[in-house]
Design a protein around this ligand. Structure first.
Ligand SMILES: Cc1cc2nc3c(=O)[nH]c(=O)nc-3n(C[C@H](O)[C@H](O)[C@H](O)COP(=O)(O)O)c2cc1C
Length: 206
C-alpha cells in the first residue's frame, strides 16, 4: 500500500497511460481486492447489478485491444504507428495508450445489467451511475496499491463486437468502459490543473 492520505489519494489518481508498466505482471488477488473495495460503492435501489470482466489472457487482451485501436483510429487522421510532428501531449499520450493496449496486463471492463437504448434521462443516470462510481473506487483502490489505470470509452463504438468476443450478453448487459490496469513506473503523481471552482459551482441556484 502506498502511504497516501485520503486527500492525496483523491487528488493524485490520474489517467495513467505513459507510465503503465507493461512488463510487470499484476497479481490476480490485488485485482480481486480492489474490486471488493469497488463493490462498496452505491448502486440505484442497491441492486448491485454491476459486473466486471477482467481480461488477463494475452490472446483475448489482444482481441479487445484491436477493437480499441480500431475505434481510436476512427477518430485520428494519422495512422497509429506514425508520430505527427508537434502532436499535443494529451493526444500523444492517447496514441501511446492505443499502441500499448494489447500489452497491458489487465483490461477491466465494468458492465451494468440493462441497456441504455430508449431509456429516459433519469433511468440513464441510474444505469450509468450504478457502475461508474464503483469504477472510480476501483481506480482509487488500484492507485493505493501501486497500480495505474485510465477510464476509457473508445472501444464502446465496437461494444457489440467486444461483447461477442468476451461472451457478454449484449442485449441484457451494457459495457461502460475499458480500464487498462498495470503497475506504474514511479508513484509521484500530482494534482491536475482544473477549471476554476467558481466557474462551475453554483450556490442556491445556477
Ligand atoms: C467518460 C470518460 C471517457 C474517457 N475516455 C477515454 C478514452 O477513450 N481514451 C483515453 O485515453 N482516455 C479517456 N479518458 C481519460 C480522460 O482523457 C482523462 O481522465 C482526462 O484527460 C483528465 O486526466 P486526469 O484523469 O489525469 O486528470 C476518459 C475519461 C472519462 C471520464
Amino acid at each position: 500500500m502506498l502511504d497516501l492520505t485520503p486527500e492525496q489519494l483523491l487528488t493524485t489518481t490520474r489517467a495513467v497511460r505513459r507510465r503503465l508498466d507493461v512488463d510487470r505482471p499484476v497479481d490476480r488477488e490485488t485485482i480481486r481486492h480492489c474490486l471488493s473495495i469497488a463493490t462498496q460503492a452505491p448502486t440505484s435501489v442497491n441492486l448491485q447489478n454491476w459486473h466486471f470482466v477482467v481480461v488477463t489472457d494475452a490472446t483475448v487482451r489482444a482481441g479487445v485491444a484491436e477493437w480499441y485501436r480500431r475505434a481510436w483510429q476512427d477518430y485520428s487522421s494519422t495512422p497509429l504507428d506514425e508520430d505527427p510532428p508537434g502532436e499535443a501531449s494529451g493526444a500523444a499520450s492517447s496514441r501511446h495508450l492505443a499502441r500499448i493496449m494489447p500489452h497491458v496486463p489487465v483490461l477491466l471492463i465494468p458492465c451494468i445489467e440493462g441497456r441504455p437504448e430508449g431509456q429516459a434521462s433519469g433511468e440513464l443516470a441510474a444505469l450509468y451511475g450504478s457502475v461508474v462510481q464503483a469504477s472510480w473506487s476501483f481506480q482509487l483502490a488500484a492507485r493505493a496499491h501501486g497500480l495505474g489505470s485510465v477510464f476509457t470509452t473508445y472501444h464502446l463504438d465496437y461494444e457489440r463486437e467486444v461483447a461477442k468476443l468476451l461472451g457478454i450478453p449484449y442485449d441484457a448487459v451494457t459495457q461502460v468502459a475499458l480500464l487498462p490496469v498495470a503497475h506504474t513506473t514511479g508513484g509521484d503523481f500530482r494534482p491536475a490543473r482544473r477549471r476554476p471552482l467558481d466557474d462551475v459551482v453554483h450556490w442556491d441556484g445556477w
